[in-house]
Design a protein around this ligand. Structure first.
Ligand code: GLU
Length: 306
């Protein structure tokens, strides 16, 4: 456990894409933002492929994302880790939680829970399933607060708003919440910088860190990029890939989405531009609200104030 007397840990950030499609403009905002904050802090930045949910994985997407990041000059300062190769770590964490009674086997189905607002606060299973899930127990009064570097103090009543949440799914896959907490601790990540769509997951992850006796990193949640219809860009059909085209267009788009003032031209050599971007990046300018953006044409991006 870390306490106030622990020496500060060296900054280690990460970008953790799920291989559910090509790298798109929305996820590039998280990639660039986390890369800039790590480099500005003189820290390291790691890429982790979150391929724990094989049902959502698109064949070849991880390699496509990695080559797009490489082309944009966003290179991992260490080996790229893939969650699919880390079952043993997740199993060990789950064993610990089962042993302490913090985790429990649950036979409830989605249908069972529908009458309870979809949340699990007690087992209401109608029948035993051959494939039960495993959940983390979230007792009444479990409140978690943290100070986000962009959004300030956030507090959630996990019992009321989330309930007992899944650690291992009924289909046998590890839940994102467990895998991400185990990986961030194993990789000694000190600073998590990612999209605001994950801000609601953060209290669950902090609770899991506490249950496992792991340190809690610092969090910064970056603005999402919305399409013309107000949908999260990555979820929309026209979430354009950034694998091709001028790297500067993609980087400049993400830079504008991070609230930064345009400068320079990268052409097809992003590294000098990135070095300047580290100098100029100002976290105080990162907007809290989602950024509307329109894809002007394939692989060209225009932010509202770019
Ligand atoms: N794999 C998650 C995603 O692509 C990100 C997880 C994280 O940054 O904590 O949405």
């Amino acid at each position: 456990m870390l306490d106030d007397t622990s020496p500060p840990r060296p900054y280690r950030g990460r970008f953790a894409p799920s291989p559910t499609g090509p790298l798109h403009a929305g996820s590039l905002v998280a990639a660039l933002g986390s890369w800039l904050m790590a480099h500005q802090a003189g820290g390291r930045w790691l890429i982790r492929i979150e391929d724990v949910d094989r049902t959502r994985e698109i064949a070849g997407a991880a390699d496509d994302q990695l080559s797009a990041l490489h082309r944009l000059g966003l290179r991992s300062d260490g080996p790229v880790v893939r969650q699919s190769a880390r079952d043993d770590l997740y199993a060990a964490a789950l064993e610990r939680l089962l042993a302490t009674g913090d985790a429990f086997v649950c036979h409830c189905s989605r249908r069972d829970l529908a009458a309870h607002g979809g949340l699990h606060r007690a087992c209401v299973a109608q029948a035993h399933r051959p494939d039960p899930s495993i959940r983390l127990r979230v007792p009444p009064g479990t409140r978690v607060a943290f100070v986000d570097r962009i959004h300030g103090r956030i507090e959630q009543d996990l019992h009321a708003e989330v309930g007992d949440f899944v650690l291992r799914r009924a289909d046998g896959f590890w839940a994102y919440q467990l895998a991400v907490v185990v990986d961030d601790a194993d990789q000694a990540i000190t600073d998590i910088v990612r999209g605001t769509d994950l801000i609601d997951s953060t209290p669950r992850q902090i609770l899991l860190q506490q249950r496992l006796g792991l340190p809690t990193p610092t969090y910064a949640h970056l603005p999402l990029v919305l399409d013309a219809d107000g949908r999260k860009l990555s979820k929309s059909l026209d979430a354009l890939p950034v694998a091709t085209g001028d790297p500067y267009d993609a980087l400049a788009f993400a830079w504008a989405a991070l609230g930064q003032t345009a400068f320079g031209q990268a052409g097809d050599r992003p590294l000098p531009w990135l070095a300047q971007a580290v100098e100029r990046f100002d976290t105080d300018r990162i907007p809290r609200a989602p950024r509307p953006a329109l894809a002007a044409s394939h692989n060209a991006f225009v932010a509202d104030d770019a």
